[in-house]
Design a protein around this ligand. Structure first.
Ligand SMILES: [Fe+2]
Length: 255
């Protein structure tokens, strides 16, 4: 049994609520699919907690942008990354013997792009482009068979992703299932493949503001929704004076 978390985005309140929920389920293996930073008010605290509790953490596009530069980001996302870089960039010299900044920087710099365990693949975005590509329900709606075929040619059986902040399942029969379609529980198929999106902890975009993550137990995925103090995070975003107000507003509605 293990838990998969993704897209925390500096939202420490949401991460703490999920960590408590994971603890209450008696789970000790946790995988993170990336985007620990970006958008939210507490990137350093989130990195410290992820480092402590996750067996594996992959690189998301925001983690990558923090270290290597925010190219192709909209202004609000790029400003947040630049704000986070100022918080997280280790300072050269100085007399303070605090090695936490360097540890956080090294953690971000060395994140893996993909991880495989038995026949299960873990990436942030997609097996074709682990950092940046989005896999969404529109791939099915628009009949993008070639894209879906290429993606599944890189999946042995099951692939877990994040990145879109919307939980759900794309299967190799060209179907997209929402968590409502499957009643928050999905059994690994035996006669076809599936790409399973675990949703987002720190900035859900499926209309449900609660933090989202997944538990996998014996081939069954359970999608969990965890309420947290959204107002407290909104206040912290405002207090930075640098993060855009829209980043607080979207948390209240889960969009
Ligand atoms: Fe993200």
């Amino acid at each position: 049994m293990f838990a998969i978390i993704s897209d925390i985005h500096g939202n420490f309140e949401a991460l703490n609520a999920v960590v408590n929920d994971i603890g209450s389920q008696g789970i000790d293996r946790v995988f993170c699919l990336g985007d620990v930073v970006g958008y939210g008010p507490q990137p350093a605290e989130c990195i410290d907690l992820v480092r402590k509790m996750c067996e594996v953490c992959l690189c998301g596009n925001h983690d990558y942008a923090l270290v290597y530069g925010a190219t192709g980001f909209n202004a609000v996302a790029a400003d947040a990354i630049n704000y986070h870089r100022n918080i997280l960039m280790p300072q050269l010299g100085g007399k303070k013997r605090d090695d936490a900044p360097l540890k956080r920087w090294t953690f971000l710099k060395d994140l893996l792009f993909r991880y495989m365990e038995e026949d299960i693949l873990f990436v942030h975005g997609s097996p074709r482009n682990p950092i940046n590509e989005y896999i969404t329900e529109t791939d099915v709606k628009w009949g993008l068979e070639r894209k879906i075929h290429e993606i599944f040619s890189l999946v042995e059986r099951i692939c877990f992703i994040g990145h879109t902040h919307r939980p759900g399942i794309l299967n190799s029969k060209m179907e997209f299932l929402t968590t409502t379609d499957v009643n928050d529980e999905y059994q690994f198929p035996t006669d076809h493949k599936a790409v399973i999106n675990v949703g987002s902890i720190g900035q859900p975009r499926d209309g449900d503001p609660r933090a989202c993550y997944a538990i996998v137990d014996n081939g069954v995925v359970r999608f969990r929704r965890v309420p947290y103090d959204v107002e407290a995070v909104c206040r912290k975003i405002q207090e930075t004076g640098l993060l855009d107000e829209s980043l607080a507003e979207r948390l209240k509605v889960g969009k």
